[in-house]
Design a protein around this ligand. Structure first.
Ligand code: AMP
Ligand code: ZN
Length: 472
């Protein structure tokens, strides 16, 4: 039974999906204006481990991660420049060029870190009508108001405001440190639509020195969506409402996620997501990472220092996601050494057999229990090492390790089966066939066996799983 820490209720809860056997999950993706930092990667690796674990448990996962390519401003209080537009001016490029460049780099980084590609990665700029429609819904409910720089959400109209972070509206007001726009009714109110030019008028070359690269007409005037609205519009579009799991880093909890909840729930009267999972921060040498600190390291820094990006993945797995992780270069070196050792063992137990067994080894239950305990990856790694030290046969170790790697994503597959490598389609078909057999769908199972044969492989049933080998 999977248990997760649900930030919404501040407790460990049994995970119950809305639809049996399926999970819809949403991840706040990157703002594509600069290289993604190791801190951000920690968040995305955590999301990936969650995604892979859910599949390991047998769920069919629908994962959505947005790409923020407009509207994320420099200031926390809906003020300042748009991060992407600012970068475009600095580099003499268009905002689109900046956004696409960093999105491509992000996708490349995902591959290097073995992050499973989510089913949908929608861009904010390609969902402007959906965002406008949601603001119109809020307008109808009387939850918005207009000031000179945009349309704002009135947080006092949403009685539950603050439920995620457990802060009442008044506390939030008192505690706020961001510069407050004096036209806002409450400091916690936030922009739904920002005007490009004062009061929403159109560009006027006589009055405006420059014009935004990305702006749209709207019922309220020329402008662009606020940052929070994109996640509400796109999560619901692809996952329905409510959906199962929403994740992100703890820095998004008190403002961004609180605002996502407020605007979605105020518009529809229905809850947004049942479970909210937040990963803790990655610190560098005990300090917050930041450009001004000179420690906003990226994957390129990791590679430039001679490390494999997967050493960083391994490093992240060694800390529970709800614990702060202290990144040091020595720590990364230790992770690289452990990973090298793992790969070496994988090579050394590569045996002479011509088949691979996919069996429900008892050790996999222990591995699964660790993950079911709020995704305890340090524990799961410990189970893996114990298993490698145990007196299981090499064949069994190989089978169990391969299965564990479905969650860990540490490239173990590559060190096995140099001689025989099972193509992913064959493995998938064999798993499907096993499921069909469990459901006593014999005809389907036979058909799948044929398909596997057509690919040049033979599948054989075993007590708790199956074995595949090359057809001879
Ligand atoms: P952003 O591009 O700023 O929206 O961040 C992308 C993801 O990384 C979000 O889920 C953030 O909460 C998360 N994040 C940002 N900085 C860190 C950090 N230092 N450690 C862990 N997660 C972070
Ligand atoms: Zn978001």
């Amino acid at each position: 039974m999977l248990k997760v820490w649900n930030t919404l209720h501040r407790e460990l809860e049994e995970f119950k999906p809305i639809k049996a056997g399926e999970v819809g999950m949403y991840t706040c993706g990157p703002t594509v204006y600069n290289p993604v930092t190791l801190g951000n990667w920690r968040a995305f690796i955590f999301d990936d481990v969650l995604h892979r674990s859910l599949e390991f448990f047998g769920y069919q996962v629908k994962h959505v991660m947005n790409i923020t390519d407009v509207g994320h401003l420099v200031g926390d209080g809906d003020e300042g420049e748009d991060k992407i537009e600012r970068e475009a001016v600095r580099q003499g490029k268009t905002a689109q060029e900046i956004a696409r460049h960093h999105e491509a780099a992000f996708r490349e980084g995902m591959k290097r870190l073995h992050i499973t590609e989510p089913n949908f990665m929608p861009r904010a700029t390609e969902h402007i009508p959906e965002q406008i429609a949601l603001i119109q819904q809020l307008e109808k409910k009387g939850a918005t108001y207009r000031i000179s720089d945009g349309i704002y959400f009135d947080t006092s109209k949403f009685l539950d405001y603050g439920k995620l972070s457990g802060q009442a509206l008044d506390e939030k007001k008192a505690g706020t440190r961001v510069a407050v726009n004096p036209e806002k009714r409450h400091s916690s109110d936030f922009a739904l639509w920002k005007f490009s030019y004062p009061n929403g008028r159109s560009f006027d070359s006589a009055q405006d020195a420059s014009r935004r690269h990305m702006e749209w007409e709207s019922p309220w005037g020329t402008g662009f969506p606020g940052w929070h609205i994109e996640c509400s519009a796109m999560s619901v579009k692809y996952l329905g409402q409510p959906f199962d799991i929403h994740c992100g880093g703890v820095d998004h909890l008190a403002v961004h996620h609180e605002n996502e909840i407020a605007q979605t729930e105020a518009a529809s009267g229905k809850s947004l997501a049942h479970y909210w999972l937040h990963n803790e921060f990655l610190l560098v040498d005990g300090r917050r990472m930041g450009k001004s600190e000179g420690n906003a390291y990226t994957l390129d820094d990791v590679i430039a220092r001679g490390f494999d990006p997967l050493a960083f993945r391994y490093y992240c797995l060694g800390t529970h996601y709800r614990q702060k992780m202290n990144f040091t270069w020595e720590g990364l070196e230790a992770a690289q050494n452990a990973l090298n050792k793992l790969w070496e063992i994988a090579r050394s137990i590569e045996s002479s057999v011509s088949s691979i067994q996919y069996t429900q080894y008892p050790i996999l239950n222990t591995f699964q229990s660790s993950l079911e305990d709020d995704l305890n990856t340090p524990q799961a790694l410990a189970v893996m090492w114990e298993m490698l030290k145990s007196d299981l046969s090499d064949e069994e170790k190989r089978g169990a390790l391969l299965k564990m790697d479905d969650v860990l994503g540490l490239h173990i597959n590559d060190f096995f089966g140099k001689k025989i490598r099972v193509p992913i389609e064959v493995k998938k078909l064999a798993e499907e066939r096993q499921k069909a057999r469990q459901e006593k769908q014999w005809e389907k199972a036979d058909e799948l066996r044929k398909k596997i044969r057509d690919l040049g492989w033979e599948v054989e049933d075993q007590e708790n799983g199956f074995e595949v080998r090359v057809l001879t």
